[in-house]
Ligand binder design. Structure first.
Ligand code: PLP
Length: 385
């Protein structure tokens, strides 16, 4: 089974481009919101870094989510798309002064602070503006995740977060600073996580930390468990919505909350990955010594995930029903890593055929670059075609 695409419309557009199936996006948002609403105090912030296309951001904002940002540019993009500042949280190991100032001016709901030094700077900058900054401490929980090494973030060796042993000290400093209001704890263990036991391990770690804080008579208003829920890249036509039911129920079952405590989730990939495809055109078929290459007009500049993380994306020839053949699907960029897939079975390809690289809605368009002086790919949504 192949995905369904408005192929005739595609033929009028300049390739490569991203196509977002907004019917699927809206359905995903609806199911996600329904599963989340089963539990009191659960809230979702969309992780803007997964896809900041203004048309996509606008649809997500309309579904009622908050925004999780990791830079000043993302805070601005979220505000431009309509997200209210009091639903914006801001994380990042290296926040510049202008970015902190922007967050303070807009009065965002929370800075997720990753070091003592940063905490002191936020306090100083807030004092200059006569404001109080809400902060949560991003704790490195030293919980591994069964995913690609480049996308685990919660191990002690990763650069992210404050070490668990420093939690007591950082809490004390936080409470002593006059322009800081400590509101919560923040965690994020990685991305593309499909084993719910990884999230269960995170819950257990959070429970231990909360018990420890309780002994110091500290209780925070909110627990932010980050994002990371994975999707099924192999079967985009069969399993097109992430398993939100298991995800939220895992946290409900294993996280021991204190009365009135809010839980925040920061989902990116699972919200937008399935609805996006990179559409590209076959330029040439080249017979190599032991294989044939399908050379397309999209490259790693348009979608870097295969080159960066050896990520798998399902690829389909959406204009051919001919017999299957095996190809290495490669782009035109002057890098040997500019390969979308090796030994990939596709319906017979010829010059001009349209190829869809599926599940590319997250960490696709937003990571595009202009290397080789290429232009950035456009992104179209269903309603525009
Ligand atoms: C990247 C990131 C997310 C989103 O991760 P997904 O795997 O896309 O859900 C959430 N929170 C933080 C702090 C992040 O850096």
């Amino acid at each position: 089974m192949k995905g369904k695409f408005p192929v005739d419309k595609f033929k009028e557009l300049k390739t490569p481009f991203y196509y977002y199936d907004t019917e699927l996006l809206r359905k995903t948002l609806r199911i996600m919101n329904e599963e989340c609403a089963r539990y009191d105090g659960f809230n979702i912030h969309y992780a803007v870094k997964a896809n900041a296309n203004p048309k996509i951001l606008n649809i997500i904002y309309q579904s009622g989510l908050g925004a999780d940002c990791v830079s000043g540019g993302e805070i601005q993009a979220a505000i431009n798309a309509g997200f209210p500042a009091n639903k914006i949280v801001y994380a990042g190991v290296g926040k510049s002064d202008w970015e902190i100032n922007l967050g303070l001016e807009k009065e965002i709901s929370c800075f997720n602070v990753e070091s003592i030094e940063e905490l002191k700077i936020i306090n100083e900058l807030a004092a200059k503006k006569n404001k109080t900054a809400n902060v949560a401490f991003r704790i490195n929980p030293n919980v591994g995740a069964h995913t690609h090494a480049n996308i685990t973030t919660g191990l002690a060796e990763n650069k992210f977060g404050i070490a668990m042993n420093d939690l007591e000290e950082v809490m004390n400093i936080g409470h002593s600073l006059s322009n800081i209001h400590v509101t919560g704890l923040h965690f994020h263990i990685g991305s593309q996580i499909l084993d719910m036991n990884d999230f269960k391990a995170l819950c257990n770690r959070i429970n231990e930390l909360q018990d420890k804080l309780e002994r110091q008579r500290v209780c925070v208003d909110s627990i932010n468990v980050g994002g990371g829920l994975g999707i099924d890249y192999k079967h985009p036509n069969k399993v097109c919505i992430a398993d939100f039911k298991s995800y939220f129920s895992t946290f409900h079952k294993h996280l021991r909350l204190r009365p009135g405590q809010q839980v925040h989730f920061e989902l990116g990939r699972s919200v937008v990955a399935p609805c996006g495809s990179l559409i590209t055109q076959v330029l040439y078929i080249k017979q190599g010594v032991s294989k044939q290459f399908c050379i397309v007009d999209a490259g790693m500049t348009d979608l870097i995930r295969p080159a960066l993380y050896q990520a798998y994306h399902k690829i389909e020839n959406i204009t051919s029903e001919e017999q299957m053949e095996t190809y290495d699907v490669v782009g035109p960029i002057c890098e040997s890593s500019d390969v979308f897939a090796k030994a990939c079975d596709l319906n017979f390809c010829k010059r001009g055929d349209l190829i869809a690289i599926r599940s590319a809605g997250a960490y696709g368009e937003i990571m595009a670059s202009q290397y080789n002086c290429r232009s950035l790919p456009c992104g179209y949504i269903t309603e525009e075609l």
